[in-house]
Design a protein. Structure first.
Length: 346
């Protein structure tokens, strides 16, 4: 009887605890706290931190573009050309057939307005300017045509064409409030810190499989929209992607681009790739086949080539593989020593 009573009392205590989370004579048992899940495949400790808050550049409001003036109409058309390039100038474009089917905003996100999304905020304020790649002073039309010939693997637009004039008008409108010679916070692409090792295409393949191929496809060919003319998700390699002369073919540029912009939904406030993942996936994507570009006239001063320019000859003695994948700090250090030695001899 006594044993039965004790057992009954114990079961009662257990039932109260399970039902109410309360120990008789005590306080409420601690309850689990809901947490926002980290990005797929990452623990909370691995979640990349946001880029520190700054006074980021903000694009002018497109609602302020006048549709009642010729200049306003030109600016609005320029924005359409940036956002939907292929619809006008792609293989099935309504104006010309002169590019690979990608849009300018595949590289210059949100029609060139996204913070650290390769935006156009500093173009009007810094052009014309001397560029080492061509060894000449370049204006905005020259820079635009570089993108058509390299990133869009196409042909150049005549400077006097309506389309070129519209694109230039839009880019100038975006930068109209930026003082001459200045670069606003958030312009261009994020500079991802160099790794102490070479970027690894094999590791990058795993990143691509986990975080990229659902949109860009296992073959890197992207996904077309239902109209068959434009891409919902652009090709990252293959015959319809950017060629070997494009800026994104340098892995520092690709790594900086994806670090704060990919996968879809990432931003400077919510990066979803670690630095290593960004470098490695850049190495993987840029080790895949793509169209070639004649670069024989690029970098007339070979000593001015960027540390990650993947094609020789070089003035520093490092190999093409080292320049393509790194590690880059030894190259930077060697260049500094070389420069100091040259200065000492003068």
């Amino acid at each position: 009887m006594v044993t039965s009573a004790i057992l009954t009392l114990a079961l009662l205590f257990i039932a109260i605890f399970l039902l109410f989370g309360v120990v008789p004579g005590g306080s409420a048992a601690p309850q689990p706290v809901a947490q926002t899940p980290p990005a797929t495949g990452q623990t909370a400790a691995q979640q990349p931190p946001p880029v520190s808050n700054k006074n980021w550049w903000a694009a002018p409001d497109t609602a302020t573009i006048s549709r009642n003036t010729q200049q306003g109409k030109l600016i609005a058309y320029g924005r359409q050309l940036i956002a939907n390039t292929a619809a006008f100038l792609g293989p099935k474009g309504s104006v010309k057939h002169m590019s690979n089917g990608m849009n300018c905003q595949n590289c210059h996100l949100d029609a060139g307005t996204k913070v650290l999304g390769n935006n156009y905020s500093a173009v009007a304020s810094t052009y014309p300017k001397f560029r080492e790649r061509s060894g000449t002073i370049e204006d905005i039309p020259k820079r635009v045509n570089d993108c058509f010939e390299r990133s869009l693997n196409g042909k150049s637009l005549p400077n006097n064409s309506k389309e070129m004039q519209a694109i230039v008008a839009y880019i100038n409108w975006l930068g109209k409030d930026v003082p001459k010679g200045e670069k606003p916070e958030g312009s261009g692409i994020f500079a991802v810190p160099y790794l102490s090792r070479a970027a690894n295409p094999d590791k990058g393949k795993e990143v691509y499989i986990q975080k990229c191929q659902s949109c860009h496809q296992p073959n890197g060919g992207g996904q077309l929209n239902p109209d068959g003319k434009t891409y919902l998700y652009p090709p990252l390699w293959g015959k319809n992607s950017y060629n070997t002369g494009a800026g994104l073919y340098r892995i520092s540029r690709f790594a900086g681009y994806v670090k704060l912009n990919m996968p879809l939904g990432a931003s400077h406030n919510f990066p979803q790739l670690t630095d290593e993942e960004a470098w490695d996936v850049a190495a993987f994507v840029n080790s895949q086949p793509r169209p070639s570009k004649d670069l024989s006239k690029d970098w007339p001063d070979i000593a001015a080539k960027p540390v990650d320019h993947p094609f020789g000859p070089y003035a520093d003695g490092f190999s093409e593989s080292e320049h393509k994948y790194g590690p880059f700090q030894p190259i930077i250090d060697a260049r500094k020593q070389q420069k100091n030695a040259q200065s000492a001899r003068k």
